[in-house]
Design a protein around this ligand. Structure first.
Ligand code: DMJ
Length: 644
């Protein structure tokens, strides 16, 4: 090869050179006089000597030139002279002036490239600026989706084996101050009430489920087994929407470190679902914090054994460790309760979406399937259903306790599905029609109420719980069939008025647990065990919905009346307490600050005095514990789930 030939020459040359190197200096340098030699003039050389000297000299010159060509690294020396070195070398060298000629061509090329890139970037920027903001947003979204897809393609699971989900905060998670000074002041007042309720819980009952505000200590109801921190989880989203971010962080830290579902205890599936699963889900959707998604899914998985019944209708109670379930001993013939098994739908659909596990959605869609197969007396749904036989228990029907949120969840399932869940829609409007026909009545004094039905006989009683129906009917009125929107809005307004009356007709201006329309009374509790008020939200919830849909100022006024009564009779040194008799001249406190007071009552009051774009109904649906959940784009369609 070329290289080996050159090397061979070089070696040969070196040998020659080294031979010359060993030559006496006098031989090489004839003009240098040697000390031993007598001095003589150059002219004194003989002709032959001159010839030899010339010969040696010319040989020396020839060798010197030859060295340029044949020295081992001569190629490198020459490369800069005769050949262009590689682009990398050219680009990286720091040339002196003498190098500049060599680099000129290359630099021009680089400049040309920079110019081209620059022009391209300008064109792209111009294109982007010409786009509408929503198009730019969409481009960004597409890029994000691409990255996400690539992530999923590579497994797409996080440490807990959950699918990687890109969090996008739904609109209206936070609000702003109302412009009207009075409303602003009232809204501030509600925030102060929340602060007082929360600070009291923090101070006296931190980590317990609830607070005893009179005795100033923790309180634990057996609804949650030995799960702790019901107030913390129930209050998370209220803290967030009121922008109490430091407290929200504190609550988040508690959830991270202390919220534990590995308990050997029996819990109410319904209560744990609406307060804990619902609370965690909305904390996730509002804040984007992964810990809430993880905890909600962990808890959801713990609840799944409740569905192990012959029909798939879940048990009311479940031991979270053993997975053994049972029903309330007082429930007719070992039945499950309509409002309990019928109030899992919203949370479980979200659990499927967030976990990628269709099991949650399948369980709740199966509940519908079982109900669809059953005959309904006069189109009504009895409160009791046996999970073993799949048959109704006693024919008791109520839109209050034991039935209430089942109807609420039919409507909200449809709304939350971006109105794709047509079955949910039909079930809701059919049920409402049956309620109107068989249960809704007007008192002689002109108050509309929803009675209860016991085996075909009406009990003319309405519960505080039933008062949520005003809000529900208003929320559904817009989608009502056959132009019934106006009619349903009237019904909703009438129920709101009746419930307001139930407050207005008491001494403390707080509503009784149940009120009657018989024996010569209207909207008044007649039995001692129906006179209590436990800080429930339903009446205020209805005011909030009615305000949003009508903007009739009376709803804010009614809400404000309730605030004043709460401040006067329920606020005690260590928080807020329920009262035993709303007709008594002074309050007798029950010493419980219910977790739903922070989750629901105070949140609905705050929203009543907020602008409509805070948690707007187009984007958010409230679970029955007032935990806002965003509309759901299903990971698998409802049709797919139904066909399983
Ligand atoms: C809450 O836990 C929920 O609103 C539930 O649906 C019914 N009752 C309480 C509050 O009164």
């Amino acid at each position: 090869s070329c290289h080996s030939f050159r090397s061979a020459l070089s070696e040969e040359f070196l040998q020659m050179f080294s031979q010359y190197g060993k030559m006496p200096v006098a031989t090489l340098l004839p003009f240098t006089a040697t000390p031993s030699r007598k001095s003589s003039s150059p002219t004194s050389f003989r002709l032959t000597e001159k010839f030899i000297l010339l010969l040696v000299f010319s040989a020396f010159i020839t060798l010197c030139f030859g060295a340029i060509f044949f020295l081992p690294d001569s190629s490198k020396l020459l490369s800069g002279v005769f050949f262009h070195s590689s682009a990398v070398e050219t680009n990286t060298r720091k040339g002196t002036d003498s190098d500049s000629n060599i680099a000129v061509g290359t630099d021009e090329k680089i400049l040309a490239k920079i110019r081209k890139d620059h022009e391209k970037a300008l064109v792209e920027a111009k294109d982007t600026l010409q786009k509408r903001p929503d198009e730019i947003k969409q481009d960004i979204q597409n890029e994000k989706d691409k990255v996400l897809k690539e992530g999923l393609g590579k497994g797409g699971k996080d440490d807990d084996n959950l699918p990687v989900i890109e969090y996008v905060r739904p609109p209206g998670a936070t609000g702003h101050e109302p412009s009207d000074p009075e409303t602003k002041e009232r809204r501030e007042k509600i925030k102060e009430m929340m602060k007082f309720a929360w600070d009291s819980y923090k101070r006296y009952a931190w980590g317990s489920n609830e607070l005893r505000p009179v005795s100033m200590q923790g309180h634990s109801s057996n609804l949650f087994g030995s799960i702790k921190g019901a107030t913390i989880v129930d209050a998370l989203d209220t803290l967030y929407v009121m922008e109490m971010y430091e407290d929200f962080e504190m609550a988040t830290e508690w959830v991270e470190k202390n919220l534990d579902f590995n308990v050997n205890a029996e819990v109410s599936v319904f209560e744990v679902n609406i307060r804990f699963v619902g609370g965690l889900l909305s904390a996730y959707y509002l804040s984007g914090k992964e810990v809430f998604r993880k905890k909600a899914i962990q808890l959801g998985e713990k609840l799944l054994p409740a569905f192990k019944t012959p029909t798939g209708i879940p048990w009311a109670l479940l031991n979270l460790k053993s997975g053994i379930g049972r029903n309330w001993p007082w429930a007719s013939g070992g039945s499950s309760i309509l409002a309990e098994y019928g109030t899992l739908h919203l949370e479980f659909m979200h659990l499927s979406k967030l976990s990628g596990n269709p099991a949650f959605a399948e369980k709740v869609m199966n509940i519908r399937k079982v109900l669809n197969r059953l005959d309904k007396p006069q189109g009504l749904y009895p409160n009791y259903l046996n999970p073993n036989s799949g048959q109704w228990g006693q024919h008791h029907v109520s839109v209050g306790g034991l039935g209430d949120s089942f109807y609420e969840y039919l409507l909200k399932a449809w709304l939350m599905s971006d109105k794709t869940d047509e079955e949910g829609k039909k079930l809701y409007y059919d049920a409402l029609q049956a309620i109107e026909t068989s249960l809704m009545r007007k008192s002689s004094g002109g108050l509309t109420y929803i009675a209860e039905w016991k085996g075909g006989l009406l009990e003319h009683k309405m519960g505080h719980l039933t008062c949520f129906a005003g809000g529900m009917i208003a929320l559904g009125a817009d989608g009502a069939p056959e132009d019934k929107t106006g009619h349903q809005m009237e019904q909703a307004a009438e129920i709101a008025r009746t419930c307001h009356e139930s407050y207005a007709r008491t001494t403390l201006k707080l509503g009784p647990e149940g009120f009657r329309f018989d024996g010569g009374v209207e909207a008044i509790a007649t039995r001692q065990n129906e006179k209590y008020f436990i800080l429930r939200p339903e009446v205020i919830e209805t005011y909030m919905y009615m305000w949003r849909f009508t903007h009739d100022p009376k709803y804010r006024e009614w809400g404000w009346e309730a605030v004043q009564a709460l401040e006067k009779h329920c606020r005690v040194e260590g928080g807020y307490s329920g009262v035993r008799d709303v007709y008594a001249t002074s309050p007798n406190h029950d010493d419980v600050q219910q977790s739903f007071y922070l989750a629901e009552t105070l949140k609905y009051l705050f929203l009543l005095f907020s602008d409509d774009d805070h948690l707007p109904f187009e984007h958010w649906v409230f679970n029955t514990e007032a935990h806002p959940l965003p509309s759901l784009i299903l990971t698998c369609s409802i049709a797919e789930i139904q066909s399983k």
